[in-house]
Design a protein around this ligand. Structure first.
Ligand SMILES: Nc1ncnc2c1ncn2[C@@H]1O[C@H](COP(=O)(O)OP(=O)(O)OP(=O)(O)O)[C@@H](O)[C@H]1O
Length: 682
């Protein structure tokens, strides 16, 4: 049997303009008899364009607290007394009037005090049953739940849990029995002082948390041996905030971030429900976790969208109304929370039924609720021996607030412990009946497991697809960004990344060409050098060097470089010559002037030669010829000795390291090393 669905009812309320505000004349509320009322808002970007939002209730700036209560809230009191959970939440941007609507002032009492009064009036009118009322009050501050009946300094963070029947509850939340309106007022005003409130530019007393007040009524009919439990959750949400307008300090910013995040998750939940998504992200915030039952669950909902009329709130007004439009499509499946208190027969060990699926009200009996509400709701009460005594078997009844107790968990302050199962007499079953029951139980269990597995697989599949989609979106966005960056540049101009690639490419090609040239040139000279004797090679080298030097002194660096390179082919191991080539290459490449180091005077050269000769006497085997050659200062003669090399490499090597980077590393070739070693052996 299918259960009846119920859509969340939406009301919109525009608050009056505050003294310092510029009114947004464009927001209009219109009522047409016989059809939905409508709220119209101009598009902030194009004022000639008007957006219309038809909603079941629209209240303009002159509306009163009484009007709203009588029209939209009072009918729900009957629904609560029929054993159904009702959730009313006030939604809107900061300073739009949520707290005013829910709480109000002494002179203009809001929804909460009026609901309490109506609940006590209804209680007084019930003769047959024993009626008990209790209240709980919590706030969700920075995604943590706190009990507002506990002093804030000592209040612990309360965990949100789910029992095995799928009921979400706040563990250890205080539930206080109340006997009168006055008693409630005392408790409530004390608890409200614990709520996190702070001043922002937009609201001197801005709620920094979401507050959930729950009134629970239990009606025990001793004649019919039934207990009905109804609840009403009154939720004053914190307002979404634009930190530019609120002028928040770091503490307020952190609060604001938590508020905006939880409201954004609320939007995601509503969106997912509208899309019929496999996974609804209730768990992404405590707010949605706690309101799970009101959003696509088993309670009846009323969303009051509060609207601030100021021009600066235009965009927020549109956001709020768009949220309202999406929410009105969310469907709930209300259930009556009824418990059968008749003695339950003790089931045979083989007759134990598997627990019914969490979301299976369709297989349960359906009865209309005796309420003035036009909504037909279903009861979850199951009468008869197959029904276990535990209330947790009710498919996802609402559990927010005072009744948020897991099965078998009782609280001293709560009076619900009186609704416990009575002793159960034994029942006589035939063997056939037992076999049938076992078969049914096994079938049901297998079906349940298969269904669960299917759901898990679908969820996983959806998650994977979502991930794939996200990756595709990210890739597309990256490509679009790159394309957009290119398009922004004038034709022919490249993005920095492409330009860098292009530059590198060109550099690489030039370097390759240079290397090839060098190779060819070197090859030719090498072939010549090969046929010469060592002394002729040195002479040819020296001749080239002399010629190169003459050109470099004239400033003809390209020719000088060419000649030095040729010289290098004949005396490849001359380190000074190599350095000279590098220096001139650098000067040519960077368009710098090349100033050759001055020739040392004969005297200095002679002195150096003397030192070198003296040194040669220190060791037994010295090549005099090579020593003489190393006394030259500019590389125009052959290989240098150890001292000369160290000196020249010390000076030139430093310059090269900075200017030639990697090239400087290869100054000392293996050929050079081996020649020096040979010299020492001589
Ligand atoms: N219908 C109304 N009539 C008169 N004054 C109102 C009305 N609604 C709101 N106000 C005033 O507007 C101001 C902001 O209202 P309120 O504090 O209720 O906003 P809020 O939406 O709860 O803000 P926040 O999210 O920051 O807590 C208050 O000074 C309040 O008295």
């Amino acid at each position: 049997m299918a259960t009846t669905t119920h859509r969340i009812k939406i009301a919109a309320r525009v608050r009056p303009r505050l003294p310092h505000e510029i009114d947004d004349e464009g927001i209009q509320v219109s009522h047409t008899p016989g059809s939905l009322s409508c709220i119209s808002v101009p598009n902030p970007r194009d004022l000639s364009q008007i957006f219309n939002f038809p909603l079941s209730s629209c209240y303009d700036q002159n509306s009163t607290q009484e009007e709203i209560f009588e029209r939209d809230v009072r009918p729900l009191i009957d629904v609560v007394y029929s054993g159904v959970t009702v959730t009313i939440f006030a939604y809107g941007v900061t300073s739009s009037g949520k707290t005013h609507t829910m709480q109000g002032t002494k002179a203009e009492a809001g929804v909460i005090p009026r609901v309490v009064e109506a609940m006590f009036q209804q209680k007084a009118s019930l003769q047959k049953s024993r009626v008990e009322l209790s209240v709980s009050y919590m706030e969700i501050y920075k995604d943590e739940v706190y009990d507002l009946f506990v002093n804030r300094d000592t209040a612990p963070k309360l965990p949100v849990r789910e029992n095995d029947a799928g009921q979400v509850f706040v563990a250890n939340l205080t539930s206080l029995p109340i006997e009168s309106v006055e008693e409630f007022d005392t408790i409530y005003s004390r608890a409200s002082r614990h709520r996190s409130v702070g001043a922002t530019n937009l609201n001197r007393a801005s709620s920094r948390s979401h507050a959930v007040l729950t009134l629970e009524v239990t009606m025990t009919d001793s004649t019919a041996q039934k207990t009905l439990t109804g609840k009403i959750n009154l939720v004053d949400l914190a307002g979404s905030e634009n930190n530019k307008l609120t002028g928040n300090d770091p503490t307020r910013m952190a609060e604001s971030a938590a508020i905006n995040k939880s409201l954004s998750v609320l939007g995601q939940v509503v969106h997912a429900l509208n899309q019929g998504a496999a996974r609804i992200p209730y768990r992404n915030s405590k707010l949605t976790r706690i309101l799970q039952d009101a959003l696509g669950g088993s309670s009846i909902g009323l969303l009051i969208c509060n609207i601030a009329p100021g021009v600066k709130f235009r965009q927020d007004t549109l956001n709020t109304l768009n949220f309202a439009v999406r929410t009105k499509n969310v469907e709930n499946r209300p259930v009556v929370n009824e418990r059968d208190n008749r003695p339950q027969p003790k089931p045979h060990f083989a007759a134990v039924q598997p627990p019914p699926p969490k979301l299976a009200p369709a297989v349960l009996n359906s009865v209309p609720v005796h309420a003035s509400s036009t909504t037909a709701v279903t009861t979850t009460a199951v009468v008869g021996p197959t029904r276990g005594p535990r209330p947790s078997r009710v498919p996802r009844p609402s559990n927010v607030g005072t009744g948020l107790l897991p099965p078998g968990h009782s609280r001293p302050s709560s009076r619900h412990s009186s609704i416990l199962a009575k002793p159960e007499p034994a029942v006589q079953l035939t063997d056939k009946e037992i076999d049938e029951r076992i078969a049914r139980a096994v079938e049901a269990e297998v079906a349940r497991r298969l269904k669960e597995r299917g759901e898990r697989e679908r969820e996983e599949q959806a998650r994977l697809e979502q991930e794939k989609e996200n990756i595709a979106i990210m890739e597309k966005q990256a490509a679009e960004r790159e394309k957009a960056a290119e398009q922004k540049l004038p034709p022919g101009v490249l993005t920095p990344l492409l330009k860098r690639h292009r530059d590198l490419d060109e550099e690489l090609r030039a370097r390759l060409a240079e290397l090839e040239q060098k190779y060819e040139r070197g090859n030719k000279e090498l072939q010549l050098a090969d046929v010469l004797s060592p002394s002729s090679r040195k002479k040819t080298g020296r001749a080239y060097v002399a010629l190169a030097r003459a050109h470099s002194e004239k400033g003809d660096l390209d020719v000088a470089l060419e000649l030095y390179r040729k010289a290098e082919t004949y005396v490849p191991d001359n380190i000074k010559l190599r350095e000279r080539v590098l220096e001139i290459e650098w000067a040519v490449k960077n368009g710098k002037e090349f100033i050759p180091s001055p020739k040392k005077s004969r005297k200095v050269r002679g002195k150096k030669r003397k030192i070198a000769i003296d040194r040669t006497h220190e060791g037994p085997s010295v090549d005099h010829d090579s020593v003489v050659q190393t006394t030259t200062d500019d590389g125009e003669r052959g290989c240098g000795d150890g001292a000369g090399e160290a000196n020249s490499t010390g000076i030139f090597g430093k310059v090269k390291e900075e200017e030639y980077e990697g090239q400087a590393m290869n100054l000392e070739t293996p050929a050079k090393k081996s020649k020096c070693e040979i010299k020492v052996e001589h």
